[in-house]
Write a protein that binds this ligand. Structure first.
Ligand SMILES: *Cc1c(COP(=O)(O)O)cnc(C)c1O
Length: 392
């Protein structure tokens, strides 16, 4: 292994060099069932023909020009995304963190335009919004922040899934301009809030003239069973929404969408990105959306998620050491009563790719194209591993 890489990650001892659907092959030819999909990125699985064709075709035509010129695929993608999300305008970035940076800058600019000198964004405990300075400051996890102080100011933190805490801030703070929240916390351990949480935030934002900003980077693009997780509830449409991960199925693209006043906040010179929304990534994202629509993958995520939850429930619900099995669509978690990071390595040896987050939560984010047979194999293999692990 090369020692020329900065040690930002501690990678597992495996190198993949081929993929197909829900399967990956390592350099020795061993096959793995991928229940993580590159951390919710490969919604269409690996080497999807529609994505491959879009990349090849567009690469042969035009990869990059500049946002100094009109880009037809960018405009088409903006039209498509705004229509799906009930939004008006989009800014394209290259990653999730950058999409959230755009949202935070937008909230600040919006606040200043209303005469608020120290605009403040309400953020949540247990949240994850990225690794740039502003987004790690917004993140509710000390491990992400430690050593990078001074943090960016202008964030006010409250517990997740606690409307009263947000209402209390509303009474005491005149500087708040926005609430930034994940509709389901991903890195935080697939934490699913009560059904009234997002509509409650919507109402508080309306009452206080705040922007409701949803980070759908992990939950978006069909994974929750709807295009965007907020669409599970009525009256939960945000003013600003961020996307990345599955939007490009592995091509680096992020998006910050907005409607109403927030859609008109940025003016030329306020924000930008050299690559953001270039012809190649936008062409690929269009093919991703088209495939999700044609193959009805939102519906598939919902039905497969229900099936997986039931199957894991049958296998593990009564097992001592399993705290909870929960999920929405293909965001699934098996929470244990003890730290279980080791399970990742144990599963890897068995040819299964999973993730452990928040210390004791087995997290599954399988491709939306997973078949019933693959799902059955996942449940049987993982349930056995978890039972063995817990009985040690
Ligand atoms: C992954 C993620 C991010 C950061 O995205 P990057 O592309 O890694 O910068 C932000 N928010 C959420 C909810 C995420 O899951």
């Amino acid at each position: 292994m090369s020692d020329a890489l900065m040690h930002t990650y501690a990678p597992l001892p495996v190198t993949f060099d081929k993929g197909d659907g829900c399967w990956l092959w390592d350099t020795e030819g061993k096959r793995y069932l991928d229940a993580l999909g590159g951390i919710a990125v490969c919604g269409l699985g690996h080497a999807h023909p529609a994505v491959t064709e879009a990349i090849c075709q567009q690469a042969g035509q035009l990869i990059h020009t500049s946002n100094l010129y009109h880009i037809a695929h960018q405009q088409a993608l903006a039209d498509k995304l705004t229509a799906l999300a009930g939004m008006e305008r989009v800014f394209f970035s290259n990653s999730g963190a950058e999409a959230n940076e755009a949202a935070i800058k937008l909230a600040r600019l919006h606040g200043h335009s209303r005469g608020i000198e120290k605009p403040t964004v309400i953020v949540m405990e247990g949240s994850f919004h990225g690794r740039t300075l502003a987004t790690l400051s917004a993140t509710g996890n000390r491990k992400v922040q430690a050593g990078f102080e001074p943090l960016v100011s202008g964030f006010l933190r409250v517990p997740y899934n606690d409307l009263d805490a947000i209402a209390a801030v509303a009474k005491n703070n005149q500087n708040v301009v926005a609430v930034l929240v994940e509709p389901i916390q991903g890195e935080g351990g697939i934490r699913i809030p009560d059904d009234n949480y997002l509509p409650g935030i919507r109402a508080l934002c309306n009452d206080n003239n705040w922007l409701m900003m949803l980070d759908e980077i992990q939950t978006g693009m069909g994974r929750s069973g709807q295009w965007f997780a907020y669409q599970q509830q009525s009256d939960a449409t945000p003013d600003v929404m961020t996307l990345a991960k599955a939007l490009g199925n592995g091509m680096p693209i992020g998006a910050c969408l907005a409607r109403g006043a927030a859609a008109h906040t940025f003016q030329p010179g306020n924000h930008g990105s050299t690559y953001g929304g270039n012809p190649l990534v936008c062409r690929v994202a269009l093919s991703v959306i088209d495939t999700i629509e044609r193959k009805k993958l939102c519906e598939r995520a919902a039905s497969l998620g229900t099936r997986l939850l039931a199957a894991f429930g049958e296998q593990l619900a009564d097992v001592e050491g399993v705290n909870e099995i929960r999920g929405k669509g293909l965001l699934l978690a098996i929470e244990l009563d003890r730290p279980c990071a080791e399970l990742v390595k144990i599963a890897l040896a068995e040819g299964l790719l999973i993730n452990v987050t928040a210390n004791n939560v087995v997290r599954l984010l399988p491709p939306l194209v997973m078949s019933n047979d693959e799902a059955t194999q996942l449940v049987e293999q993982l349930s056995t591993l978890i039972r063995d692990f817990l009985s040690r």
